[in-house]
Design a protein around this ligand. Structure first.
Ligand SMILES: [Zn+2]
Length: 95
């Protein structure tokens, strides 16, 4: 006499195997160091543009090189503004 248990199969969670050797290690642009520390930019929002109408400070998390403190361009969210201004510097066609 054999039983065929119809219970649900043990759920195997679809795990994406992450092969760390396939990943790219980000290193510091300046010194090549591969260890970063968590830092914060503190952006001050003036009362004029703040949604609360009060001056406030917003922390923006970044990773800075643990060796020299440099922040890679690709890791620096505050650099976006600069690239935007660069774009606006592009000569526009005046009709
Ligand atoms: Zn560095």
């Amino acid at each position: 006499m054999s039983m065929h248990p119809k219970g649900p199969l043990p759920k195997k969670q679809a795990q994406v195997k992450l092969n760390l050797s396939d990943t790219e290690t980000i290193v510091c642009e300046k010194c090549g160091n591969g260890l970063f520390i968590q830092s914060f930019f503190l952006k001050k929002i003036s009362a004029l543009v703040s949604p609360t109408g009060q001056e406030s400070i917003i922390p923006v998390q970044v990773y800075s090189c643990g060796n020299c403190g440099h922040i890679n361009k690709s890791l620096n969210p505050t650099l976006e503004k600069d690239s935007q201004t660069e774009k606006s510097k592009f000569p526009s066609l005046d009709v």
